[in-house]
Every structure is written in structure tokens, then in C-alpha cells.
Design a protein around this ligand. Structure first.
Ligand SMILES: [Zn+2]
Length: 316
């Protein structure tokens, strides 16, 4: 199965108004992945395994890497879903009720999960991975609240992993050493990933390290790896950009000489395509950030490598 996000039509200035309307449509034009995500994780409870329910496939993959065969990591949002606007289904009530541990990002990314936990009467401990994260430095948005997408800086992903291992050990102390060993091995891979990203980004001409994305998911990534964010298409998923906002972004892209506009696979690409065409930039519509994709982007590590190769390829 391959991930294809087919354009709904060719972007042009004439289609900009139509693209604006499409920007917040529920259908993404993308269909990916299994309902539970996480490559090494299955769904439902297997005998003896610790059922860990997460909001997204990104966190489910981290749990699977740390816990291996000791855990069943279940993501409520399928690959290709939008974590910001997700509406839980009756199935999700059952899933979260069966959890021994519940992991969400927090910082407003997946607030719907708090309501789901309450409505389901779920009693498992709840971990908000991004909140009060030791060692993390937060990027504040215009409203003064922290941007929630910490995991796209691999150093923060390592902090998530440490927190996941600690909480798994609390829930299942008999296997604390296994979780610690899993976290240590995975952290080694993530450190190598971090170094690889730095080496790849270093191949982009310094004045070309400019990012425009669909939603504001990359500030931690950009800060960690030396890119500058010129703008985003929408202020937040589910919000429609005004025509003035779009024109301002087009002007900013032209003024900065941005080579590419990036859109994430979970969103309709029409408006990003129209903005790219109007500004003379190329468009890449298959980055991943909030959820994983299909292989080779079906793990956190694979997703990061996929994105970096797409970014380096478009900006070099
Ligand atoms: Zn997001």
C-alpha cells in the first residue's frame, strides 16, 4: 500500500478561492494505514501484555520500541487522521476503557482525549508526554501558549521515551529492567537519527533553509536543526485562512526566496498547491508529523528520515 495524496485539481490563482474552501474540508484525499498504526504493535489485549492506549501512531510506535513484546500499543487515531480535530468513536470508548496506561501529548494537541477518558470512566493512569517535560525548552505561540509538537525535535523524542519507560515501569514493575533496556537501545537509535538529520540538513545551502508548512508543526524541528519558518498556511488545523493571510504568505515566500511549500499528508493539499504555484515555489504534499504514514514512514524514525529527505531534496 502506498501513500498517495492526489491533488483535487491544478492550483492556480483562479482556483485560490476554491482551494481556500477546501483547506478545512474534512476529507483529506489521503487514505493511509491501519486503524491501530504502530508497526510492532497490535490491537486489543494479548495475554499478559500491557495495553497502552495513545492518541497518535507516533506515540504508539515509541511505546512499541520501548516495550517490545511486553506491550500492546494502540493508537486511537489511525494514520492519516488529524489529531487536532479528531472526533472519538464508540470503539474508542472501549479501547480506552481497556487501557492499563494512557498516553497523550497534552498542550492542547489532543484535548479530546481528556473528555474521552472522562466519558468512558477510564481509570488507567494518564501521562501527558509534552507537559512539564524535564529538560525541554518550549516554543511559545503568538498567544503565549507552548506549541505542542515537541517530538519533532529528536532530543525531545528521547525525553518522551524516557518518560514512557518510567511510566511503563510504574504500571508493570516486574519488567522495569526490560523497559529501561528497551529505552536505552531505542535512545541510541534516536541519537544516531539526530546526528543523521544534522548531517543531511547541512547539505542544504544556508540561505535556503526556509520552511513553509501547512500547519504550525515544525517550530521545534526548525529550532533544533537550523531552519527558519517563514510561515504556515493555516493558523491552526480546522481554521480557514483568510484571503489576506494567503496573499501575505505568498508575498513572504517570494520575498524570502522560499524554494518549496510543504503540506502534511493528513491535510487537503489544494491550498498549498495553489500557494506554491502562485509564489513560484514547488510543493511537497507528503510530509508526516502528527501521525505516521505507510512504510518507510511507518515508524517515528522512518517518518523523520522520510521528512528530512523530502525537505533536503526540495530545498537543495
Ligand atoms: Zn499538529
Amino acid at each position: 500500500m502506498t501513500v498517495r495524496c492526489r491533488p483535487q485539481g491544478h492550483g492556480s490563482l483562479l482556483l485560490l478561492a476554491g482551494a481556500l474552501a477546501l483547506a478545512v474540508s474534512a476529507g483529506t484525499g489521503c487514505s493511509t494505514g491501519s486503524p491501530t498504526g504502530a508497526g510492532a504493535a497490535g490491537s486489543g489485549a494479548s495475554a499478559g501484555r500491557i495495553v497502552v492506549v495513545t492518541s497518535t501512531t507516533v506515540f504508539a510506535d515509541m511505546v512499541a520500541r520501548v516495550g517490545g513484546s511486553l506491550v500492546d500499543a494502540v493508537s486511537l487515531i489511525p494514520n492519516g487522521g488529524d489529531v487536532h480535530t479528531f472526533a472519538p468513536r464508540p470503539l474508542d470508548v472501549e479501547r480506552i476503557s481497556a487501557a492499563r496506561l494512557i498516553l497523550m501529548n497534552g498542550l492542547g494537541l489532543d484535548d479530546w482525549m481528556t473528555r474521552l477518558i472522562s466519558d468512558a470512566g477510564a481509570t488507567a493512569p494518564v501521562v501527558r508526554l509534552a507537559e512539564d517535560l524535564p529538560g525541554a525548552s518550549y516554543v511559545l505561540g503568538e498567544n503565549g501558549t507552548p506549541n505542542p509538537h515537541l517530538w519533532l525535535d529528536v532530543a525531545n523524542a528521547q525525553r518522551y521515551v524516557a518518560r514512557i519507560a518510567d511510566r511503563l515501569a510504574q504500571v508493570d514493575p516486574a519488567h522495569a529492567a526490560d523497559y529501561a533496556a528497551g529505552a536505552t537501545a531505542y535512545t541510541g537509535r534516536l541519537q544516531a537519527l539526530d546526528g543523521w538529520i544534522r548531517a543531511r540538513v547541512a547539505t542544504i545551502p544556508p540561505d535556503g533553509r526556509l520552511l513553509v508548512s501547512f500547519h504550525d508543526a515544525f517550530p521545534y524541528f526548525a529550532r533544533a536543526y537550523g531552519l527558519e519558518i517563514v510561515g504556515t498556511v493555516v493558523a491552526a488545523p480546522g481554521q480557514e485562512p483568510g484571503a489576506g493571510q494567503v496573499i501575505a504568505l505568498i508575498n513572504a515566500i517570494r520575498a524570502a526566496g522560499v524554494k518549496a511549500v510543504f503540506a502534511e499528508a493528513q491535510f487537503n493539499p489544494a491550498i498549498a498547491e495553489a500557494i506554491a504555484q502562485e509564489s513560484g515555489a514547488q510543493v511537497v504534499t507528503d510530509l508526516y508529523n502528527d501521525t505516521l504514514g505507510n512504510a518507510p514512514a511507518d515508524t517515528y524514525e522512518g517518518m523523520m528520515r522520510w521528512d528530512v529527505e523530502r525537505i533536503v531534496g526540495a530545498l537543495s
